[in-house]
Design a protein around this ligand. Structure first.
Ligand code: COA
Length: 169
């Protein structure tokens, strides 16, 4: 398993992985129309190319035997009201392919995320996680995150409640 920073050449791979992991995670509990709206807005080669090339975003890609199996994105410049600490940074996206859940991929990816966040000068890492995403909440708690508040995530047309979790860096 290797973890590296994505380049523009990875945009199609990332778009495919990001779309698939989001769908696998949320489709069972989602309205199909909202899912379609969100997938169309958030994922595509052009969109992922812009994200990879955005200097405020770091995109980390995990590969095994040449296959992309997980990714994470750290993003500057976004902050919910409940985060008031100095030098915060967002863990925007964190997804492991379903067949790799529970197999020790997420922990080293989180360690790399925290390293990247510190290298950007951040002192606090925050994220939003859907209130009903029990597995992700358990994983983040295991990594030292605690709930600091909540905010609304607009999923298609559906305003959903995300818990905001934070950890010092
Ligand atoms: C969240 C994610 C990255 C964690 O990676 P992982 O490999 O599954 O993590 P782990 O198995 O190390 O840890 C998950 C923990 O949740 C527990 N868990 C599993 N299912 C659970 C459930 N339904 N409710 C509560 N806890 C659960 C596991 O037992 C494990 O805890 P343990 O190590 O103490 O036994 C991965 O599951 C994932 O990519 N999920 C889909 C995408 C996603 O939700 N991303 C986060 C968006 S904010």
């Amino acid at each position: 398993m290797t973890i590296r920073t994505a380049t523009a050449a990875d945009a199609a791979t990332l778009a495919d992985l990001a779309r698939r992991t989001f769908y696998d995670t949320f489709a069972p509990a989602s309205d199909a129309g909202d899912m379609a709206l969100h997938l169309a807005k958030a994922y595509g080669v052009d969109q992922q190319t812009r994200e990879i090339e955005d200097r405020d975003i770091t995109t980390l890609l995990v590969e095994n035997g040449g296959q992309a199996i997980a990714y994470a994105q750290v993003r500057e410049g976004h902050l919910p009201d409940c985060v008031t600490a100095e030098k915060p940074i967002e863990l925007w996206r964190f997804y492991v392919d379903r067949s790799w859940h529970g197999r020790g991929i997420a922990q080293p990816l989180m360690e790399r995320v925290m390293l990247e966040a510190r290298q950007r000068g951040a002192r606090l890492l925050w994220l939003g996680v859907w209130e009903h995403n029990a597995r992700a909440r358990a994983f983040y708690a295991k990594c030292g995150f605690a709930v600091a508040g909540q905010h609304i995530f607009l999923f298609g047309t559906d305003p959903q409640t995300d818990l905001v979790m934070v950890t010092p860096l």
